[in-house]
Design a protein around this ligand. Structure first.
Ligand code: 5GP
Length: 126
């Protein structure tokens, strides 16, 4: 099954201002906002403003400027949440779900940043 970019996806609509969001940080190329159904006390989504379906699409097709900006914003979110392990803080988890096996719900690339409690092991292998 091909996952094509759908300009009507919910994050594209958020980027066009058609749906409100709880913005944490915004730059020329990137938007970070709170997840509507948080899975941890802190749950922020970082998305590029460009139309990329998922992680590999973004890595392969975005400009260097977009890629750097995206990751700087993600780092700034970690700083704003005050969770950086290198500063003695408790840490966090980033997740990028992709496609069917990754259980991706919204076909616009996004990085989840989860923090605020111990998050358990990465995968429940039971
Ligand atoms: P995925 O499963 O695609 O990795 O994650 C999509 C995420 O988007 C989910 O965690 C879901 O709660 C979040 N989400 C879906 N619709 C909205 C919305 O309208 N606003 C916000 N802020 N988050 C949303």
């Amino acid at each position: 099954m091909v996952m094509a970019y759908d300009p009507q996806n919910i994050f594209a609509r958020i980027l066009r201002g058609e749906i409100p969001n709880n913005t944490v940080l915004e730059t020329e190329h990137t938007l970070a906002f709170r997840d509507i159904r948080p899975q941890a006390p802190e749950h922020v989504l970082v998305i590029p403003k460009g139309a990329y379906v998922c992680f590999d699409d973004f890595c392969l097709n975005a400009s260097a400027e977009e890629i750097v900006d995206f990751h700087r914003v993600a780092g700034q979110i970690c700083a704003l949440l005050d969770v950086q392990p290198e500063a003695g803080k408790p840490g966090y988890r980033t997740i990028a779900n992709a496609g069917e096996h990754g259980a991706q719900e919204v076909p616009h690339y996004h990085l989840h940043i989860l923090a605020g409690r111990p998050l358990g092991r990465m995968l429940d292998l039971a």
